[in-house]
Design a protein around this ligand. Structure first.
Ligand SMILES: Cc1cc2nc3c(=O)[nH]c(=O)nc-3n(C[C@H](O)[C@H](O)[C@H](O)COP(=O)(O)OP(=O)(O)OC[C@H]3O[C@@H](n4cnc5c(N)ncnc54)[C@H](O)[C@@H]3O)c2cc1C
Length: 340
């Protein structure tokens, strides 16, 4: 693999997906075959929009107890030519030790040239093992596909954009879902078949998980996100000011790392380089300065608004709309007006 080009600048200005047809010879097209590995419980369908840009047929692999249930929905998505299911509880919870051999066996059985998975905890956990087992280099967190061997991905918290060309025989890709649109449905249905299931004996078993339950839209998929920062001063203010504003907007709640580290908000709400990457239609930053590590998680939002009392706060450099004001005065008033 080698780095072909570098761009430096705001990601969104040139990262919006462009659906021009890729320049491939028809001979090459015939040999391309993509395996898209999706989570059965909460599939990230945007992975299929990224895979469609390769140009070859797309086979989706679903595994676990919910595989068959999800397969019917997936079979109706545009561009999907086949769905492989492994209805085996060993694949629930995306345990990498179980899942990686399943992917490898199916790649070998059908000769896939590309493997796509979401750059979520699921894909980030499983694909490096697949990479080691197949002895090829993974290309992580792509935001665009330029051709069947050339991909675009951000590094340094999104401040540098790489165009990466891979010479590996099998391209292993994780996809930043927020950079690609939801695929459309079609009237036809792709065939659903059984995957090759290696049933590997695993030393790893799932014990339990603790999930934070919320009535609010999920931060990662919310169309509107309201995030609070250190400017809120404490957890009481965060709860009293950010949540009512989010509820008035039907928004998911996010937080800066400073807010999370100070105990104002749960770790699962952190937006940024070491938190979640979101790209909602509207992102409102309240009492957040706009450090590059925070921007890395939200700068692809379609409209960015910020409320900050410091007119020189860096967040205003990327905000489409800014309000220089004391949040303790303006946010409760804004919330009341929105409720009306
Ligand atoms: C390796 C690494 C990874 C990191 N990852 C992340 C990450 O994922 N996400 C992240 O967010 N950060 C991350 N950070 C931390 C980041 O560098 C910043 O420290 C953090 O984002 C600052 O959070 P903040 O904007 O809430 O706080 P501050 O920078 O302290 O800003 C608070 C803002 O509130 C404003 N304010 C204060 N009072 C009021 C008021 N009454 N009304 C209106 N405005 C007010 C201030 O003017 C200020 O701009 C990371 C840092 C490192 C080194």
């Amino acid at each position: 693999m080698y780095i072909e080009k570098m761009f430096i600048g705001r990601l969104s200005s040139f990262q919006r997906p462009v659906y021009s047809s890729l320049r491939q010879s028809s001979a090459l097209r015939r040999t391309l075959a993509t395996l898209a590995v999706l989570e059965s419980g909460s599939p990230s369908y945007q992975v299929l929009s990224a895979a469609a840009k390769i140009g070859g047929p797309i086979t989706v692999l679903l595994a676990g107890s919910k595989a068959t249930e999800t397969a019917t929905t997936v079979s109706k998505i545009s561009g999907v030519s086949k769905v492989l299911t492994a209805s085996n509880p060993a694949y629930d919870h995306g345990l990498a030790e179980n899942f990686a051999p399943l992917i490898v066996e199916n790649v070998k059985a059908a000769g896939f040239t590309h493997v796509f998975a979401p750059a979520s905890a699921f894909g980030k956990s499983i694909l490096p093992r697949v990479s080691a087992l197949l002895d090829v280099q993974q290309i992580s967190d792509i935001t665009d596909v330029q051709s069947e061997d050339t991909f675009v991905r951000p590094i340094y918290a999104g401040n540098v954009i790489l165009t990466v060309k891979s010479n590996d025989p099998i391209k292993l890709i994780t996809v930043r879902s927020s950079a690609f649109p939801e695929p459309a449905n079609t009237s036809s249905e792709a065939a659903i078949e059984n995957a090759v299931d290696p049933n590997v004996e695993s030393t790893t078993t799932f014990v339990s998980e603790t999930l934070t339950k919320s009535e609010r839209p999920d931060l990662a998929s919310a169309k509107v996100v309201v995030s609070g920062g250190r400017g809120l001063k404490d957890k009481e203010n965060f709860d009293k000011i950010i949540y009512p504003l989010a509820d008035a907007l039907g928004a998911g709640v996010g937080a800066s790392r400073a807010a999370v580290d100070s105990g104002f908000a749960d770790n699962s709400l952190q937006v940024g380089q070491t938190g979640k990457v979101v790209a909602p239609d509207f992102y409102l930053a309240v009492g957040i300065s706009g450090a590059i590590q925070h921007l890395a998680g939200m700068k692809d939002s379609k409209v960015i608004a910020a409320i900050n009392k410091d007119p020189d706060a860096p967040i205003f450099e990327i905000a489409d709309v800014g309000l220089v004001a004391d949040l303790f005065n303006v946010v409760p008033e804004l919330t009341e007006k929105l409720k009306k």
